[in-house]
Design a protein around this ligand. Structure first.
Ligand SMILES: NC(=O)CC[C@H](N)C(=O)O
Length: 364
């Protein structure tokens, strides 16, 4: 069996066995604490530029199926696990995790102490690294590139080139424009289920192509530093001048916050897992949520004349969602669409639909 390695920016070296594609890849090393959902993690565009470590020690047990993709391909820069299951067992399984990683050219590493790696990232913060198979050892220049690496042009890389229409399940009740900053299929699925015809539009679509042409706007999740999206933030400022109902998820939430002149900041090691407790301050209720983000909105920077922080993370007090003061506009940092994971907050899609109904009623 071939060996594979992870070299971190601080010089720490992990040695394990090679799985998936053989090669070398640089990325920001992050960890996800979900016990299942590796197929969704691999295909969630928000992980673009990142080498993902799963903390659950056995990965690949149910293989890869044709139904649970979150986008058309895998976006991760590398995949790390304690033990990879070679002989999955599940009625939906079409290929093994190893076969999928090979086909998607994802360099994999198994057999390392993922607990040690995670403790390091938790203690010191997310760190860059290079993952490589034996025979693909990085030279000094590659190590320098790895140390200087930042995830750049993230949304530009993952967004679609043209509009894609997904029909409603059954009769079309509403028409939604879904901005693709790195959208996960499950957002479309949740909307289609509720009678929406969903048009996924490229991230840089101008507000005038959307305002008045749809019943509501969804802002998707997506990769990278939200602050690098200057053009999109300017577009959202324009969009906010209309009275369209808007619902933003994760990157969509962060971009909308930037559009109301709030600030974002990078978290030490982010939130990636399916058990993050979030409190809805208005309802005085706590929900268990699925999360995948490295940045957060700075609560004090939100102008209370425009919006208020309605949702907070009970682990670290960070902002988990905003509600506009007088518009049908709200956002969450977590993933109400998630699958697998807690479905506690899927009611937020119903809230979005209610906002649309109210705004349609008001216009008549
Ligand atoms: N899932 C997402 O949309 C992530 C948003 C952003 N890229 C972050 O890491 O914070």
């Amino acid at each position: 069996m071939k060996k594979a390695y992870l070299l971190l920016a601080d010089g720490t070296l992990f040695e394990g066995t090679a799985v998936g594609y053989e090669g070398q890849s640089i990325g920001e090393v992050v960890f996800n604490t979900g016990m299942a959902g590796y197929q969704e993690v691999l295909t969630d565009p928000s992980y673009y530029g990142q080498v993902v470590t799963m903390t659950y020690p056995l990965v690949g047990n149910y293989g890869i199926n044709f139904e649970d993709y979150e986008s058309r391909k895998s976006w991760v820069s590398g995949f790390i696990m304690r033990e990879m299951c070679e002989y999955p067992s599940n009625w939906r399984c079409k290929v093994t995790l190893d076969e999928y990683l090979k086909a998607q050219k994802v360099v994999g590493l198994a057999g390392i102490d993922t607990r040690r790696l995670t403790r390091k990232l938790r203690g010191e913060g997310v760190m860059n690294g290079v993952i490589y198979t034996e025979g693909f050892e990085p030279d000094e220049q590659t190590i320098a590139e790895m140390k200087a690496y930042v995830v750049k042009d993230a949304v530009k890389t993952v967004t679609c080139d043209e509009n894609i229409v997904y029909p409603a399940d059954g009769e079309t009740k509403y028409r939604i424009a879904l901005f693709d900053y790195g959208v996960k299929y499950n957002i479309e699925r949740e909307l289609c289920k509720r009678g929406c015809e969903v048009t996924v539009v490229p991230a840089y679509t101008k507000p005038e192509d959307v305002v008045g042409k749809y019943d509501g706007v969804m802002l998707s999740n997506g990769p990278g530093d939200p602050a690098e999206n200057v053009e999109i933030v300017a577009n959202l400022k324009e969009l906010l001048k209309s009275d369209m109902p808007i619902f933003g998820i994760c990157l969509g939430h962060q971009l909308l916050a930037l559009a109301i002149d709030a600030k974002t900041t990078k978290l030490k090691y982010g939130h990636r897992g399916v058990n993050h407790p979030v409190k809805d301050i208005d309802a005085d209720r706590t929900y268990i949520t699925s999360q995948n983000h490295g940045y957060a909105v700075v609560g004090e920077s939100v102008d209370p004349q425009i919006a208020r922080v309605r949702y907070v993370n009970l682990n670290d007090g960070t902002v988990e969602g905003l509600e506009h003061i007088d518009r049908p506009v709200f956002t969450v940092q977590y993933h109400p669409e998630v699958c697998p994971g807690p479905m506690d907050t899927s009611y937020l899609f119903d809230k979005f639909i209610e906002n649309i109904e109210k705004s349609k009623g008001g216009a008549q």
